[in-house]
Design a protein around this ligand. Structure first.
Ligand SMILES: CC(C)(COP(=O)(O)OP(=O)(O)OC[C@H]1O[C@@H](n2cnc3c(N)ncnc32)[C@H](O)[C@@H]1OP(=O)(O)O)[C@@H](O)C(=O)NCCC(=O)NCCS
Length: 147
């Protein structure tokens, strides 16, 4: 774990910071169309922001979907990957999911990062599919979530 990094839940006043990370990672880095990335659902989500040495470096959001939690927009700046920050973000999100007693967490993983989520306790369900031109795999985790 990187001691200089911390992840917190942030309010609407910090959404633009989360969006700037998502823009760099998904729109610039992965050519995801802007209208897919900024989907209008942010106001109903809980947003997580990871800072390292005070600088915003990663984000994720948690959305309630029919009583379960959906993990979306997990992103760490390319220059900051491989230091455990993505894992730290997910563990913070899991702590919130435990606090809310969510019965299930779902996500659509990019095929390239299925292993990242498997390490965090997620299992693949169903066939792979295409979304925003990228191959994805639906995955689920059940409590207790790793914290
Ligand atoms: C996926 C992402 C969030 C991971 O963030 P990160 O900070 O690099 O990940 P971490 O350093 O916390 O890695 C945690 C563990 O997962 C592993 N891991 C990271 N990326 C992985 C990958 N692509 N495949 C398999 N394992 C991976 C790491 O090796 C590490 O394992 P370790 O603890 O045994 O060393 C980051 O690579 C990213 O933002 N990618 C681009 C956006 C994206 O694809 N988001 C996911 C959308 S579904």
């Amino acid at each position: 774990m990187d001691n200089a990094a911390r992840t917190t839940i942030v309010g609407p006043e910090s959404l633009s910071i989360c969006l700037s990370i998502r823009r760099e990672v998904f729109i610039v880095g992965q050519d995801v169309p802007e209208d897919l990335e900024v989907d209008g659902l942010d106001p109903e989500c809980t947003h997580f922001l990871c800072t390292r040495e005070g600088r915003p470096v990663g984000t994720a959001r948690l959305r309630d979907v029919q009583g379960a939690g959906k993990v979306e927009r997990v992103a760490v700046l390319a220059s900051e990957r491989g230091r455990g920050l993505g894992r730290q973000l997910m563990l913070a999100l899991h702590a919130e999911a435990m606090r809310r007693r969510l019965p299930k967490l779902k996500l659509n993983a990019q095929a390239a990062v299925v292993g990242f989520y498997e390490d965090l306790g997620y299992e693949s369900v169903g066939e792979r599919f295409m979304e925003a031109g990228i191959e994805h795999q639906a995955m689920v985790a059940r409590p207790p979530f790793q914290v």
